[in-house]
Write a protein that binds this ligand. Structure first.
Ligand SMILES: Nc1ncnc2c1ncn2[C@@H]1O[C@H](COP(=O)(O)OP(=O)(O)OP(=O)(O)O)[C@@H](O)[C@H]1O
Ligand SMILES: [Mg+2]
Length: 265
């Protein structure tokens, strides 16, 4: 009796579960997502620790190689050029590793924000000044459309500048044979928007879901932390990130900030 009761209870429970099957699947999906994000957080902590461990011996290696460079001058001339070339290759490997480690640590550390009222167009003009010279060698035309009538936003100027540059770097990497980079600002429904558009190859449908996963990269030397970092920083600004990509035509990444409401005095 007891067993049957349990079975019946169980069956009833099951049928309730079937009835709310969709909710359960939703819940399961949510749970899986929580597990995945916990796992990613752990991987992130491990990566940061490994990065720390690597950094010190790496800088010692760099220093020793610099010392070796001095010794090379004492070599017979025939060997000197080859030795210098080997050293150059080793140093560029070290620089690359330092760059990757820096990316990991920046991602793990999440610097404290200094939020201030900022005029988005001023920020953009400063950045445009910085990147303009990179366009011509990359065969990229820069098109700029800044809406002259924007309210200010609360932002950490340096952090946001880095994020725009991150997106610009992605845009340029997506247009290896050149194209058009469009930087624009505007406002829609009380959100101030910065958009970075390219005419590159776009993102394939099977990849588009994954571009915000930490460590997802389709590039040989990519760490896959660029977009997740931009997204994280935007969330910390109370804003968000929007990505729209058309395979074969290009990609637009939009950073959206809540417009600051002037304080009532
Ligand atoms: N503008 C873009 N056009 C096409 N693909 C893009 C664009 N931006 C991002 N992606 C895709 O999203 C992936 C993840 O981008 P993300 O910036 O996070 O990492 P990454 O550029 O690969 O490496 P890094 O850590 O050096 O930035 C890229 O590898 C690329 O496949
Ligand atoms: Mg990137």
């Amino acid at each position: 009796m007891w067993r049957i009761g349990v079975v019946r209870d169980e069956r009833q429970r099951l049928s309730r579960l079937v009835a709310i099957g969709r909710d359960v699947t939703e819940e399961q999906r949510l749970q899986e997502r929580v597990i995945q994000s916990e796992r990613l957080a752990m991987v992130g902590r491990m990566a940061a620790q490994v990065a720390h461990e690597i950094r010190n011996p790496l800088s010692a290696i760099g220093l020793n190689i610099e010392l070796l460079t001095d010794l090379i001058d004492e070599l017979p001339e025939a060997d000197r050029d080859e030795a210098k070339e080997l050293i150059r290759i080793t140093m560029s490997g070290i620089e690359r590793l330092n760059g990757v480690i820096g990316d990991y640590l920046r991602f793990a550390r999440m610097p404290v924000k200094q939020l201030q009222e900022e005029a988005v167009n001023d920020m953009m003009e400063e950045l445009i000044h910085l990147i303009r010279s990179e366009m011509h060698p990359a065969h990229v035309d820069l098109s700029v459309r800044l809406d002259g009538n924007l309210p200010s936003v609360k932002a950490d100027r340096m952090l946001i500048g880095q994020q725009v540059l991150n997106c610009v770097r992605n845009a340029l990497e997506a247009m290896p044979d050149g194209g058009v980079l469009t930087l624009a600002t505007d406002i829609e429904e009380n959100e101030v928007r910065i958009s970075i558009s390219d005419t590159g190859d776009g993102i394939s449908p099977e990849h588009v879901e994954r571009v915000f996963d930490p460590f997802f990269s389709t590039k040989e030397n990519g760490t896959g932390l660029g977009l997740p970092y931009v997204q994280q920083i935007m969330q910390e600004h109370g804003g968000r990130l929007d990505l729209n990509s058309v395979p074969g035509a290009g990609t637009t990444v939009t950073l959206l900030f809540p417009a600051s409401t002037p304080e009532v005095s």
